[in-house]
Design a protein around this ligand. Structure first.
Ligand code: ADP
Length: 192
């Protein structure tokens, strides 16, 4: 199974895809986590990416696509994958489709996690205190929301047209949200 999680910052994509990971036993690929790791290791990619991430802007497509391509070529990704925070632009989505078509394993499902923006901003400000993410401050959060609406939200239409989009309500406890996603995934698995 290949699943894409799409949603504004703070919607809980990371939390839910990690929970799904133990349920489905397929690996999780978070471009945000990979980029933060590169940043903390101070690699050339990390240094470059930090200039965008810390300001709430998207890391340029070629850098992200190289990083994801390298990851997907690993054997553990042969059986499936859950994408979290990727794709985030139409170019990334198209490029992902092309490489999956080459492997003969198209995307199974795109799950949109939808929630009220003000609720999400509140969540991220709380997370800022706990996790100390450099990009969880009011200015950068506003920028990330704007980037989501402008660059990532068009993907919803793209996946809708492909007939693989399902939208779930991302508000509620992590257990409630997980149950909603699990229902969508189970239905898809039954349908084959
Ligand atoms: P959130 O969804 O809360 O903003 P992420 O961890 O998914 O958090 O992403 C953090 C930052 O990493 C983004 O603001 C962006 O700068 C960068 N990033 C992550 N994934 C991508 C991607 N697919 N394309 C471009 N930039 C990305």
């Amino acid at each position: 199974m290949l699943i894409v999680f799409i949603g504004p910052p703070g919607a809980g994509k990371g939390t839910q895809s990690k929970r799904m990971l133990s349920y489905l036993q397929i690996p999780h690929l978070s471009t945000g986590d990979l980029l933060r790791e590169a940043k903390s290791q101070d690699t050339p990619l990390g240094r470059l990416a930090a200039q965008y991430m810390d300001r709430g802007r998207l890391v340029p497509d070629p850098l992200v696509l190289d990083m994801v391509g390298e990851c997907l070529s690993r054997p553990q990704y042969a059986q499936g994958c859950m994408f979290d925070g990727f794709p985030r632009t139409l170019q990334q989505a198209k490029s992902l489709d092309e490489s999956l078509a080459q492997r003969g394993t198209p995307l199974s499902l795109a799950v949109e996690m939808r929630a009220d923006e003000n609720e999400l901003i509140g969540r991220m400000l709380k997370r800022a205190a706990a996790e100390k993410r450099v990009d969880d401050n009011p200015e950068t959060i506003a920028q990330r929301m704007a980037v989501y609406n402008k660059q990532t939200a068009p993907l919803l239409d793209y996946y809708q047209k492909r007939g693989i989009l399902t939208t779930i309500d991302a508000l509620g406890t992590p257990d409630e949200v997980f149950a909603r996603i699990k229902a969508v995934v189970d239905a898809k698995r039954k349908a084959g």
